[in-house]
Design a binder for this molecule. Structure first.
Ligand code: NG1
Ligand code: ZN
Length: 510
C-alpha cells in the first residue's frame, strides 16, 4: 500500500464534518453532495474485496428510485450477488472514519480478512443517468487506482447489466462475454425462442408501453430495440429527454401512489409497465374499460412465474423444489394464493433484495420478488444442469417444455395470459404505504422479518390495538434503509379502511 498516496488523495475527497452513513438495504444512499468521500473509499474497499476474493468486483453508482438529487453506491460480489454482510460492516467502518484513520482501517480490514495485498485487483464500474453520477464514479476510480487496482468503466449501465458483467468476468466466459452486445443478444435470443413456442398470437403479446422513469432504462431499451425487432414492439415514455428522474413517474411512484405515471398515454386494456431509476424494478399495469387502474406488482409477477414454472416441471415430470420468497410488504392475498391455491411454500424475509436472494438460494428454483417489483428467479447449478440435459434428451412434447425452461433461465416472459387474466389470479387486499418523518428513525427496531416492532416500548401493543378494529387487517412499521423516514404499511378490507389504519398507525409512531 502506498500510504502517502492514500493520504494525499483522501484529503481531496474530504468527509463532511460529523456525517455518519451506514451501508444499508442497498449500499450507501443520501444527497449526492455528501457522497464524494464515500465513493473514493468504496473504490478502496472494492480493491481489497477483489484481492480477497481473487475476482472481479463491481461498483454501481446509483440511488435507484430516490429523487434525482440523491445518489448512492453499492458493491457487487463475484457472482453478481450483493456484498457479503461482514464486508458491509467494513464498508460502514471505512465510510465513517476520519481521514487520518483511513490507512489504519484499511490495514485492519486486510488483517482481519487475511487479504493478500500482492494479489491483483480488478473492478468494473457502472452508473445511472443522474447528473452527479459521472463525477462520483470518477471518485470511485480514484480510490481504485490509488490502491493499485485495475478497472473497466462501463459508464452508463442498468444495475442488472452491471451484475451481469461481474458474473461473466468471474466465470471465465462460460456464461458469455462481458459486453453489452452479448447481453442484448443473449436476452433477445431467449425471448424470441420463447415467444415462438408460446401458443398465442396478436399484437397484444408483442406490444408494451414502458415508462422509463426518465432514467437509464430508456437509453438501454433503445440500444436493445434492434435486437428485438421481430419479437417485441416497445413504446417508450418518460425517456429522460424532458422530465426529471423518478419525478411523478417510475415504478416506485406507480406502486406507492397506485396510479399511472404522468407522461404516458394509456388506452383501455393496453399493457404498460414502469421501471425505476436504475432499471432493476418493474411493475405492470393497465386501465380497464371503466377507467379503473389495475396494478400488477412484484407479488403478481412472482405468482405468474412460479405457476408457470410449476406447470412446466409437471409436464416434464421433474420434481425440482420451488420456493417463493417475499417480504412483509407482500399483499396478504398473494401469500394466501401462493400457499393455498398454488401450494408452493412461501417464506418472508427482511426488506432488501439481499435478504430475499439469500433465502432463495436454498431451493432448486427460488422465485423472489419484493412487492415493488425488485426480483428474479434463481436456478441452482444442479437444477440448471438437469434442465439443460432434459432439453437435449426428452422426446418431443416433453422436450418442448424443457426447452422453454432452458430459455427462461435467461429471460422471463408471459405464458399467454392477457394482462387482465393475469391480474385476476387474485384480488389484492386494499393497502396503503406511508412515510413518517421522525427525529431518529433508529429508535424503532423490529423482529419477525420486520413485522413486529420491538422498540420503542408500547408501539407494537398500540399497533395491535389499531389493527383489531378492522377486518382482514394487518399493519407494521420499520425504519427505511434508504431514506430518512419510517415506513408504515397497512392492509384492510376497503381502501378507506386501509388508509385510515395506516394513518392511525403513523400517529402511533410519533
Ligand atoms: P427501504 O427504504 O429500506 O424501505 C426500499 C424498498 C425496498 C428496496 C430498497 C432498495 C419498499 C417498501 N422498500 O427500501 O424494497 O427496494 O429500497 O432499493 O419498497
Ligand atoms: Zn432500483
Amino acid at each position: 500500500m502506498d500510504l502517502d498516496a492514500i493520504t494525499k488523495h483522501s484529503t481531496s475527497h474530504a468527509k463532511p464534518n460529523g456525517l455518519v452513513l451506514q451501508y444499508g438495504t442497498a449500499g450507501f444512499r443520501t444527497k449526492a453532495e455528501h457522497l464524494d468521500h464515500i465513493m473514493f473509499r468504496m473504490g478502496l474497499l472494492a480493491v481489497l474485496r477483489s484481492k480477497h476474493t481473487k475476482s472481479t468486483i463491481g461498483v454501481m453508482v446509483t440511488a435507484s428510485h430516490n429523487p434525482e438529487e440523491d445518489n448512492g453506491v453499492k458493491l457487487v460480489d463475484p457472482l453478481g450477488e450483493m456484498l457479503a454482510p461482514s464486508w458491509e460492516e467494513h464498508a460502514t467502518c471505512l465510510a465513517n472514519v476520519e481521514e487520518q484513520d483511513i490507512q489504519r482501517v484499511l490495514i485492519d480490514i486486510s488483517e482481519k480478512e487475511a487479504v493478500n495485498l500482492q494479489q491483483d485487483a480488478f473492478i468494473v464500474i457502472g452508473r445511472d443517468t443522474r447528473p452527479s453520477s459521472e463525477k462520483l464514479s470518477q471518485s470511485v476510480i480514484d480510490g481504485v487506482t490509488v490502491l493499485g487496482g485495475q478497472f473497466h468503466d462501463y459508464g452508463l449501465l442498468t444495475t442488472p447489466q452491471l451484475h451481469y458483467m461481474v458474473y461473466c468476468r468471474n466465470t471465465s466466459g462460460q456464461y458469455g462475454k462481458a459486453t453489452l452486445e452479448e447481453y442484448y443478444q443473449k436476452h433477445s435470443k431467449a425471448f424470441v425462442e420463447l415467444t415462438k413456442q408460446i401458443s398465442c398470437s396478436g399484437d397484444e403479446y408483442r406490444t408494451l408501453k414502458v415508462d422509463c422513469a426518465n432514467g437509464i432504462g430508456a437509453l438501454k431499451l433503445k440500444e436493445m430495440e434492434d435486437y428485438f425487432s421481430q419479437g417485441l414492439s416497445v413504446h417508450l415514455f418518460n425517456d429522460g429527454t424532458r422530465g426529471k428522474l423518478n419525478h411523478l413517474c417510475g415504478a416506485d411512484f406507480v406502486k406507492s401512489h397506485q396510479k399511472p405515471p404522468e407522461g404516458m398515454e394509456m388506452k383501455s386494456n393496453e399493457r404498460c409497465c414502469s421501471f425505476d431509476g436504475d432499471a432493476d424494478r418493474i411493475v405492470y399495469y393497465y386501465q380497464d374499460a371503466d377507467g379503473h387502474f389495475h396494478l400488477i406488482d412484484g407479488d403478481k409477477i412472482a405468482t405468474l412465474i412460479s405457476s408457470f414454472l410449476k406447470e412446466l416441471l409437471l409436464e416434464i415430470g421433474e420434481s425440482l423444489n420451488i420456493g417463493v420468497i417475499q417480504t412483509a410488504y407482500a399483499n396478504g392475498s398473494s401469500t394466501r394464493y401462493l400457499e393455498e391455491v398454488m401450494k408452493v411454500p412461501v417464506y418472508c424475509t427482511k426488506t432488501g433484495v439481499k435478504h430475499l436472494h439469500h433465502k432463495a438460494q436454498e431451493f432448486d428454483i427460488g422465485v423472489y420478488f419484493e412487492a415493488n417489483g425488485h426480483g428474479t428467479v434463481l436456478f441452482s447449478k444442479a437444477a440448471e444442469m438437469k434442465i439443460r440435459q432434459l432439453a437435449k434428451e426428452l422426446e418431443d412434447n416433453k422436450r418442448k417444455a424443457a426447452k422453454i425452461l432452458e430459455n427462461i433461465i435467461a429471460i422471463l416472459a408471459l405464458k399467454g395470459l392477457t394482462v387482465q387474466q393475469w391480474d385476476a389470479l387474485y384480488m389484492d387486499i386494499p393497502n396503503r404505504q406511508l412515510k413518517v418523518k421522525v427525529a431518529d428513525r433508529q429508535v424503532i427496531s423490529t423482529t419477525d422479518a420486520e413485522r413486529q416492532a420491538v422498540t420503542p416500548p408500547g408501539l407494537q401493543e398500540a399497533i395491535n390495538g389499531l389493527v383489531k378494529k378492522y377486518r382482514l387487517s394487518r399493519a407494521f412499521v420499520r425504519p427505511s434503509g434508504t431514506e430518512d423516514v419510517v415506513r408504515v404499511y397497512a392492509e384492510a378490507d376497503s381502501q378507506e379502511n386501509a388508509d385510515r389504519l395506516a394513518h392511525e398507525v403513523s400517529l402511533a409512531v410519533f
